[in-house]
Ligand binder design. Structure first.
Ligand SMILES: C[S@@+](CC[C@H](N)C(=O)[O-])C[C@H]1O[C@@H](n2cnc3c(N)ncnc32)[C@H](O)[C@@H]1O
Length: 292
């Protein structure tokens, strides 16, 4: 498995043609973020996978219940919520973010990607995730480590309790986390995309508190750069801490989904399955899934 980068460095992506060179002046950081960091179809596939696994294991004789309503916390441009409502009638999504500017961007993307009928099933809320007034959901997602902004056990447990109360019975919380020996170092990782280079900069790491400052920079072929396009001031939570906090917040069946390994490359293969044993590799991304 490879180093995680911000997100899907370990997922295989088809190479894209270098059809169009970009520059810092002509680029929008949110657009580059979406191109380099996010993979909404994979996230929605994962929601469907774990929903099936959790509910088939527990279904017994009851008819299958479908996951229809998701809430994407820390949604930013709401890429996952938009993909979710695109996937079929009856599906609803709520996106929650504090930042009015990124939500404006999400509305623009929704207008471009969704029909008016689909847009009616998407609700964007400018709110704190700890107090969002959304109806109860089947699944609540906090992805790309965004909940790492909560730096104490008390603060994170409060958020998780709120999520627990906001789920329908049997509903799922889906989080991701990163770690591995490289995550405890101050290092940079670069990845080339179509017309730009993504730089994941683990700028500082404090072993006493596990506080980290990470930046994303974007570099361009003409030598221009968007330095510190995004900055994250986080606590790097470990999987055992997160499992314990989820249980303390009332969740049951707390399950870690570990990424499989591609036999040819030795890298992550983008497929995640329940596991009680990980691999002591330099960098990994895993999911935690738990049920109300
Ligand atoms: C790393 S971005 C995540 C974007 C997207 N969810 C993703 O998966 O890439 C973090 C987002 O969380 C938002 N945010 C931070 N603290 C928040 C809070 N307490 N409540 C709601 N949104 C918050 C920020 O405004 C920012 O848009």
């Amino acid at each position: 498995m490879s180093a995680p980068g911000h997100r899907r460095a370990s997922k295989t992506r088809p190479p894209r043609a270098r059809s169009r060179w970009r520059t810092a002046a002509t680029s929008d950081p949110l657009d580059l973020y979406e191109r380099s960091v996010q993979d909404p179809p994979s996230e929605c596939d994962f929601v469907e996978q774990v929903w099936g696994e959790f509910h088939s294991a527990r279904r017994r004789s009851r008819p299958a219940r479908r996951c229809m309503v998701i809430r994407e916390d820390f949604c930013g441009t709401a890429a996952v919520a938009i993909e979710w409502v695109r996937r079929g009638r009856g599906r609803r999504a709520f996106g929650v973010d504090l930042d009015q500017a990124v939500l404006a961007r999400a509305r623009m993307l929704a207008a471009r990607r969704l029909s008016p009928a689909m847009r009616r099933r998407l609700t964007l809320l400018n709110a704190d995730v700890r107090g969002a007034a959304a109806p109860r959901a089947d699944a609540i997602l906090a992805l790309n480590f965004s909940y790492f902004v909560f730096k104490t056990r008390a603060a994170l447990r409060r958020y998780l309790r709120g999520v627990h109360q906001s789920l329908k019975p049997g509903g799922l919380i889906i989080l991701d986390a990163y770690g591995g020996s490289d995550s405890f170092t101050e290092t940079r990782e670069e990845q080339d995309f179509d017309g730009f280079t993504y730089v994941w900069d683990q700028h500082s790491y404090n072993p006493v508190t596990h506080e980290v400052i990470n930046h994303i920079h974007f570099r361009f072929p003409d030598g221009s750069e968007l330095r510190r396009a995004f900055t994250y001031d986080w606590r790097l939570w470990t999987l055992p801490e997160l499992r314990e906090l989820l249980a303390e917040a009332g969740f049951r069946s707390v399950t870690v989904y570990w990424e499989g390994t591609d036999e040819d490359t030795g890298e992550g293969n983008g497929e995640f399955s329940p596991s009680t044993r990980g691999e002591a590799c330099p960098g990994w991304v895993a999911y935690l899934v738990a049920a109300r």
